[in-house]
Design a protein around this ligand. Structure first.
Ligand SMILES: [Zn+2]
Length: 180
């Protein structure tokens, strides 16, 4: 990871909801990359609120990887807010302050890997045309037994009735939503 920041061990906190890459990036940068530096900040305040300590915000390992890939490949677009720590340092802070948990395959142990792949296959069939990273982000949030919802701004996921039906069949109370 850039800057040599050391990732602290995952805090013993339940993932109650997952943030997708579009929510994770403002948390890492202190700004919304679609707005000029210094503008608005409503989206950032919204994400900050989501990730308040102890509320159970989580991001899948896939979302973390995708966020850093975007930040690293387009440094001028994904620049941190003035006075904000570097994204890798900010991630460490969020984990240390228990404002974020990194969720890997819903913490599936034992035969969980098989379950994760079966779920991923179902999600992929229900959402043709959606990219692999998004499929895995949805699957991780669905596989995590303590997670109630996935926050995303992606309309292809939110408005996909086939995907919603598939997820409800697996987890009746689980949902994909845009706003908190
Ligand atoms: Zn989890």
């Amino acid at each position: 990871m850039a800057g040599g920041a050391r990732i602290p061990p995952n805090p013993p906190q339940h993932c109650r909801y997952h943030l997708d890459t579009s929510y994770l990036i403002p948390l890492l940068l202190g700004r919304n990359p679609s707005e000029p530096i210094g503008a608005g900040g409503e989206a950032v305040a919204q994400v900050d609120e989501l990730a308040r300590a102890g509320r159970g915000a989580a991001a899948s390992m896939i979302a973390v990887g995708e966020a850093f890939q975007e930040i690293v490949t387009q440094p001028t677009v994904f620049d941190s807010a003035p006075g904000y720590p570097a994204p890798s340092q900010k991630l460490v802070e969020l984990l240390r302050e228990r404002r974020l948990t990194v969720c890997w395959a819903g913490h599936a142990g034992g035969y969980g890997g098989q379950r994760f792949l079966e779920l991923a296959d179902g999600v992929r069939s229900a959402a043709p045309g959606v990219g692999l990273a998004d499929i895995l982000i949805v699957t991780c949030a669905l596989a995590c037994r303590t997670t109630e919802r996935l926050y995303t701004r992606d309309r292809r996921l939110i408005q996909n009735s086939e995907l919603r039906t598939y997820c409800r069949r697996r987890r009746p109370a689980w949902e994909i939503v845009e706003a908190p």
